[in-house]
Write a protein that binds this ligand. Structure first.
Ligand SMILES: [Fe+2]
Ligand SMILES: [Fe+2]
Length: 178
């Protein structure tokens, strides 16, 4: 767990978002670019399932690029603003934060199913002993982005989103109490 040692119950929403973005979003973007390049190695032509592997990886890449953008540009700035409480809460275009969170969770499930397909196509990222050398680097890189995504989604689904929902409902109760 790359960021576990930096998170405490006192870590506020903005700090949690910074950790997720600096660690997981940055890693994901650079690995998507690097792995796209690895996939084009002509030596991989003999790899069985190469077309299916490329197709699945590019579907995951497209989903992730749009997902990260939505989090960074819309959802996360709103969640970070919850730290400052009622007085500074900006108007949102989506009603309760529960709505975009529900969308992000659905997108996580779609991406997990693409990861499951990648795992199946690569026998859990295990190259055959006689595979051409670039296969080893490609599979190790895919295993790396898979493990990072699992951690990344854990912090969002089980820590950031529940805390954001909790803080928003506290602020809403305060507002209703006048
Ligand atoms: Fe994210
Ligand atoms: Fe996410």
């Amino acid at each position: 767990m790359k960021i576990a040692h930096k998170i405490t119950p006192q870590t506020n929403l903005g700090e949690l978002i910074d950790l997720i973005e600096e660690t997981h979003h940055t890693f994901t973007r650079s690995e998507l670019t690097r792995i796209s390049g690895l996939m084009e190695d002509p030596e991989l032509a003999s790899l069985s399932q190469l077309d299916a592997l490329r197709q699945c990886f590019h579907a995951l890449k497209a989903d992730l690029e749009s997902h990260l953008r939505k989090e960074e540009e819309i959802l996360f700035p709103y969640i970070a603003s919850l730290d400052s409480g009622l007085a500074n809460l900006p108007a949102s275009c989506f009603g309760s934060v529960a709505n975009p969170i529900r969308m992000m969770r659905i997108e996580h499930i779609t991406m997990i199913s693409l990861l499951e397909t990648l795992r199946e196509l690569t026998s859990q990222y295990t190259p055959l002993a006689d595979s051409v050398p670039p296969t080893f680097l490609l599979y190790a890189s895919l295993a790396g982005i898979d493990a990072d995504l699992v951690e990344h989604m854990y912090w969002e689904d089980h820590v950031l989103f529940p805390r954001a929902l909790q803080v928003e409902s506290r602020i809403t109760r305060e507002k209703d109490a006048g």
